[in-house]
Design a protein around this ligand. Structure first.
Ligand SMILES: Cc1cc2nc3c(=O)[nH]c(=O)nc-3n(C[C@H](O)[C@H](O)[C@H](O)COP(=O)(O)O)c2cc1C
Length: 218
């Protein structure tokens, strides 16, 4: 039930909301979201690409990413999910501004078996460890092996992948020896609200980390 109280907030009991509304609400307030542009292979070895913004790194040791797949009412399920289950390997490419339109092409619900990497005109390169290619135009590519599939009980499925190899475009580094990356060089995009909202990662600011005891707070 949705309640607007006098405290100036709208309050939502997610358990009783229509699923389409809770999706709309949550995807509009958990912002920005990084986008995993996933290249995967089907059982016959055919390629597939699609973007997923219910995505993040969850652990550095071990290095794990997670992707949330929503159900696909118009078809059996997302091809990427079926491919990852079948092949056990996939590549997460981060999306730069200049490939936003191409990424959007790969989000179309093309028939199973259609190679969306070709549809979007993507240049691919072989990976080191996994037998799935990466997208050359992406400044960052994470080679992943399937770690765990979680079926939490609704229509969604969560895939956790273990990162086994990382590719980063050399110009993304301010200092490669120290692994200092300049995010502005990568020009990655993030997912914002609504059907087609995105943001860039060029508008950033810094805050120094503090140590205890906090200066001036005693
Ligand atoms: C930017 C963007 C982010 C998306 N994020 C997700 C997501 O997190 N989970 C999901 O199930 N679908 C997401 N989608 C929709 C899928 O990309 C879409 O259903 C696609 O057709 C799936 O392709 P596949 O069936 O080839 O795997 C997103 C689409 C876009 C454009």
């Amino acid at each position: 039930m949705t309640e607007v109280k006098t405290d100036g907030f709208a309050h939502f009991d997610v358990a009783t909301m229509a699923k389409s509304d809770s999706y709309k609400l949550l995807a509009s307030v958990i912002l920005p979201r990084p986008i995993a542009w996933v290249v995967s292979r089907d059982v016959e070895g055919g390629l597939n690409a699609a973007p997923f913004s219910f995505f993040n790194i969850l652990s550095a040791d071990p290095p794990l990413v997670a992707i949330g797949f929503s159900g696909a009412p118009d078809r059996e399920g997302k091809d990427t999910l079926a491919n990852i289950r079948a092949w056990g390997e996939f590549v997460v490419n981060m999306v730069p501004e200049e490939l936003a339109e191409a990424m959007n092409v790969t989000a179309a619900n093309a028939p199973r078996g259609m190679d969306e990497t070709r549809l979007a005109g993507l240049e691919l390169a072989r990976c080191e460890v996994v037998d799935v290619p990466r997208i050359v135009g992406s400044p960052v590519a994470l080679e992943c092996k399937l770690f765990q599939v979680i079926e939490p009980g609704g229509t969604g499925t969560i895939v956790m992948g273990r990162i086994v190899y990382v590719h980063v475009r050399e110009t993304a580094f301010k200092n490669l020896a120290k692994l200092y990356v300049d995010p502005a060089q990568m020009r990655l995009i993030g997912r914002m609200h609504g059907a087609g909202g995105y943001c860039t990662t060029r508008d950033t600011f810094s805050i120094d980390r503090l140590s205890w005891p906090l200066a001036g707070k005693d």
